[in-house]
Design a protein around this ligand. Structure first.
Ligand code: SF4
Ligand code: SF4
Length: 191
């Protein structure tokens, strides 16, 4: 028996009139829209104004990120400037891209925080910005902020963010959890 393929119908399936079915008119219309935008932007550029929404990255950085933009990782700090991370490896374990590498250090003299990261690096050539590392962290030690890392490179080995860069981040507005913590604030109050 011949197999009958039932094509799935969508709520917004387009219906073409005879005008659209001719194609040539719609192609001309599309080209006129594209050409009009191109000419307008070219004219603005020639007269010293900025036309297109294009950002000339990396020379130019946009700051109008979406409210929930997750562009760059940061490691949060305790009031004394040490990383809040306890090197538990949960972020590295959950990371689907396997792009977080952590080496733990142990300090028996620090009874409150004996474990800390000696090395914490993220390979941005593989990161997919999913945010699962942030979700998995039990210490609120890693976050993603509205920023872009310095990614452009011709060498993948230069696309690693190390701990210095992850700790040295521009303070962001976070009403619920202001960072960096004020000197003298308790660790709990800073969270
Ligand atoms: S954002 Fe996703 S892919 Fe990137 S480091 Fe975190 S868990 Fe891994
Ligand atoms: S950032 Fe969080 S989840 Fe990752 S190792 Fe540090 S404490 Fe653990």
């Amino acid at each position: 028996m011949a197999r009958v393929d039932r094509r799935r119908r969508f709520w917004n399936e387009p219906t073409l009139g005879w005008w659209e079915r001719m194609y040539i008119f719609e192609i001309v219309r599309g080209l006129s829209v594209t050409g009009g935008v191109f000419m307008r932007n070219l004219w603005r550029w020639m007269t010293g104004r900025k036309g297109a929404l294009t950002t000339y990255y990396p020379e130019e950085r946009r700051a109008d990120f979406a409210r929930f933009n997750r562009g760059k990782h940061v490691l949060t700090q305790r009031p004394d400037g040490s990383p809040q991370c306890v090197a538990c490896n949960m972020c590295a374990t959950i990371c689907p891209a396997r792009c977080i590498e952590i080496e733990a250090a142990f300090d028996p003299a620090d009874a409150a925080h004996p474990r800390s990261p000696a090395r914490f690096e993220i390979d941005y050539s593989r990161c997919i910005f999913c945010g699962m590392c942030v979700e998995a962290c039990p210490e609120d030690a890693i976050r993603m902020v509205q920023d872009v890392p310095d990614l452009p490179s011709t060498d993948r080995s230069r696309m690693w963010l190390d701990m210095d860069e992850l700790l040295n981040w521009r303070p962001q507005r976070d009403v619920a959890k202001p960072y960096p913590p004020k000197p003298g604030a308790s660790a709990r109050g800073a969270r």
